[in-house]
Write a protein that binds this ligand. Structure first.
Ligand code: GDP
Ligand code: IMO
Ligand code: MG
Length: 421
């Protein structure tokens, strides 16, 4: 069996949590492969809204295996609070959630380093979620990190202190007013919560599950335009969010990747700093934010909003080898008279349809205008009910990208989902 991958094609928050929850019925195993509590994946069913940060979005379905892969970074405090919230909802995961021994730990001092680094950058700050993601991946690649498998070692506490003290020295150079000890009690309690779960050699178990024919879905976090290599560097996250990240973040060979499901919003959003060529810093953007409730699921920050960007979308499709597209939040555009799609950029007077290396030059999008469908699509259940003007919008994207849009999401809840043939 091959592993399917679902990942975001924009700057995150495309609706991955909702769609993974919908698709989980067709899979046996759901696994996260990168990122950490910078992610906020929202799910909605039976009028319950829930946001997951570290835990895969398959957890609301009984008898599914959920795996946190080696490529993920885990903050025990946030993990424990997620488990507590799920337990209160009657979801018990001790038997079904497994954690890779090779996943790295976010220490309280990593969070302080994130904050200190951002403060030192002033106006050039990344707009990090301040969850300690960058510093934790830096320690991973710098070969200093602490991993989940280390928590059962007898010298874990010494290892923890040694890394914390290294961080304290760096924090002094930043003149950062450190308060690490305040969070340590909760952090070590979180470590005890993690110990209640099965800690596994995930790469081995995952390949065994695939050998046994289990249907496997890898759930991406963030989006392709936040990828450490291919995003708008340095305004990116610190992991490979593209499909290749599923191979390194789970220990799956590239030849074992099956379908690549690329998810995008019918428009675009971005939280944090960095280029956003189709951004609408005007009444149009405000309208998108208001109707789409575009506020961060992790930080609550207002999301920047703008039109769909085909240059960026095609780039993301190329990087990931997307085999099927999923479009979310078309319903947010229900009341718009006209809707734009950027089909090319004008950079330094030249028209281009590839992503420029330089991100500090002005990029002028070239738009194609579409007439709005001006009807409420939130209660539609079948493709045949979709307004013709929305179908035109969909068909244009399909013909430009060469990839079929197989799912159209028309609302936040599980049942607001149209599967196309
Ligand atoms: P993720 O990080 O990709 O999982 O996305 P988020 O959960 O951060 O943000 C997506 C937001 O849009 C959430 O509030 C979802 O409940 C909501 N959402 C998902 N799909 C749809 C949709 O088709 N229409 C509308 N209106 N909201 C949606
Ligand atoms: P999900 O999985 C949207 C953004 C931050 C910031 C940059 C770096 O919910 O789609 P980091 O904390 O990773 O160092 O922040 O990346 N960012 C996200 N934006 N959705 C996310 O996750 C994000 N995770 C990080 O806003 O610009
Ligand atoms: Mg999100």
């Amino acid at each position: 069996m091959k592993a399917d991958v679902l990942l975001g094609l924009q700057w995150g928050d495309e609706g991955k949590g909702k769609v993974v929850d919908v698709l989980t019925t067709s899979y046996d195993v759901i696994a996260r492969f990168q990122g950490g509590p910078n992610a906020g994946h929202s799910l909605e069913f039976n009028n319950i809204k829930h946001v997951l940060h570290t835990i895969p979005s398959g957890v609301f379905h009984k008898d599914k295996i959920n795996i946190i892969g080696n490529g993920v970074v885990i903050d025990p405090i946030i993990f424990a609070s997620e488990i507590e919230a799920l337990t209160k909802m009657g979801v018990s995961l001790e038997a079904t959630l497994k954690i890779s021994k090779k996943a790295h730990l976010i220490l309280p001092s990593h969070r302080e380093l994130d904050a200190a680094s951002e403060a030192s950058k002033g106006k050039a700050k990344i707009g990090s979620t301040l969850k300690g993601i960058g510093p934790t991946y830096m320690d991973k690649t710098g070969r200093n990190g602490l991993r989940i498998g280390d928590i059962i070692r007898v010298d874990f506490y010494e290892r923890y202190n040694s890394l914390k003290n290294k961080h304290k020295d760096i924090l002094k150079q930043y003149n950062y007013n450190s308060n690490i000890e305040q969070h340590e009690e909760a952090w070590f309690k979180g470590i005890e919560v993690i110990k209640r779960f099965e800690l596994i050699d995930s790469e081995v178990e995952i390949n065994q599950l695939l050998n046994k024919g289990k249907r496997f879905l890898a759930e991406g976090a963030q989006g392709s335009l936040l990828d450490i290599d291919f995003g708008s560097y340095p305004y990116v996250t610190s992991s490979n969010t593209v499909c290749a990240g599923a191979c390194t973040g789970l220990g799956i060979a590239p030849s074992r990747i099956g379908e690549v499901l690329g998810i995008f919003k019918a428009y675009c959003t971005r939280v944090g700093s960095g280029p956003f060529p189709t951004e609408q810093e005007n009444a149009t953007g405000e309208e998108m934010r208001k109707i789409g409730v575009e506020f961060g699921a992790t930080t609550g920050r207002p999301r920047r909003c703008g039109w769909l960007d085909l240059v960026a979308l095609k780039y993301a499709i190329m990087l990931n080898g997307v085999t099927a597209l999923i479009m979310t939040k078309a319903d947010v555009l229900d009341s718009f008279d006209s809707i734009m799609i950027a089909t090319a950029y004008k950079v330094n007077g030249k028209i281009t349809n590839t992503m420029p290396f330089e991100i500090d030059v002005p990029i002028e999008p070239i738009y194609k205008e579409f007439k709005g469908w001006k009807s409420d699509i939130t209660n539609l259940k079948n493709e045949s009910e979709l307004p013709i003007l929305l179908l035109e919008y969909i068909k244009f994207i399909e013909s430009e990208t060469g990839v079929p849009i197989t799912i159209v999401s028309v609302g936040p809840s599980r049942d607001a989902t149209i599967i196309r043939k």
